[in-house]
Design a protein around this ligand. Structure first.
Ligand SMILES: NC(=O)c1ccc[n+]([C@@H]2O[C@H](COP(=O)([O-])OP(=O)(O)OC[C@H]3O[C@@H](n4cnc5c(N)ncnc54)[C@H](OP(=O)(O)O)[C@@H]3O)[C@@H](O)[C@H]2O)c1
Length: 252
């Protein structure tokens, strides 16, 4: 089995790489930090996996495409996990996100995902098999004042993944959208609000792997936060905003 994971140098991507590593797997691991990639490479090799790493920024579409096509030429990709992402959060009294930050988040979280997936779709279509997993977030379901552009970027990739799933199913390609709640990682370490029901990256990776085995359309977790965010969408917007702000910033 040949698997690509972007954002494999830390957090959820790191845990996924470790989980998938076994003697029957060739892993292509992508992130910017080559030192951290060395750590995950050693761990995966110790578990018997064949590992190729690339220190590539997912916003560099040409470099990513060229590396992915080269990898796919030797190891036709079975599973492509577009996981790399960054956050942008605001404290209660911050004015707004900067234009630079907005561009950075969209470039990584939206265009980075497209740069990862797009070059491989037609190859999977020609083979009539393949699985694509897009890491979005439960934040995709409702815009939150703590992270406006992050929520928007995650809503965009969620929507894209849902559309791709329906579009590609006749080509034998499976597409899942992954929407985690709070997961322990470098990203959540700097989140300024409350982190309800946070789970470890290892537990998140296991839930994701199980969901992908079942070819679930949406892999949303944990269940109570998934339910809460969906119920929130039925409330009048004013009440939903008040509740979100209260639960997000209540420790301040
Ligand atoms: N943690 C949570 O609570 C949570 C909740 C919902 C969704 N998510 C999503 O889960 C995914 C993984 O996040 P995480 O929590 O594991 O955070 P993390 O520990 O900060 O990991 C993010 C990964 O993305 C990589 N990355 C960031 N920018 C990149 C770029 N421009 N090019 C290539 N790689 C890049 C990072 O590697 P380098 O820095 O080495 O490039 C790192 O490997 C993200 O898409 C995030 O939005 C996380």
């Amino acid at each position: 089995m040949n698997i690509i994971i972007t954002g494999a140098s830390s957090g959820i991507g790191f845990a996924l790489a470790k989980l998938y590593a076994n003697p029957n797997v060739t892993l292509g691991l992508i992130a910017r930090d080559s030192k951290k990639l060395e750590i995950i490479t050693e761990l995966c090799i110790a578990k018997g996996a064949n590992v190729y790493v690339a220190a590539i920024d997912v916003t560099d579409g040409e470099a990513l495409k060229s590396w992915l096509l080269d990898f796919d030429n030797q190891f036709p990709i079975n599973l492509l996990i577009a996981n790399a992402g960054i956050a942008s959060t605001l404290n209660k009294n911050d004015l707004n996100e900067s234009w630079e930050k907005i561009n950075e988040v969209l470039n990584v979280n939206l265009y980075g995902v497209l740069n990862t997936i797009y070059p491989i779709i037609s190859l999977m279509q020609s083979r009539n098999y393949g699985q694509i997993a897009i890491v979005s977030s439960l934040a995709a379901y409702r815009g939150m004042a703590i992270s406006p552009i992050y929520c928007a970027s995650k809503a965009a990739v969620k929507s894209y993944g849902e559309a791709l799933r329906s579009r590609l199913k006749n080509n034998g390609i499976q597409v899942s959208v992954i929407c985690p709640g709070f997961v322990q990682s470098n990203m959540s370490d700097v989140y300024p609000g409350n982190k309800f029901m946070m789970i470890s990256s290892e537990k998140a990776a296991k839930i994701i792997q199980n969901g992908l085995i079942k070819n679930k359309a949406c892999i949303n977790f944990p269940f109570p936060i998934n339910l809460a965010i969906k119920l929130l969408c039925f409330l009048p917007d004013k009440l939903a905003d008040q509740l979100l702000n209260f639960f997000t910033y209540s420790k301040y």
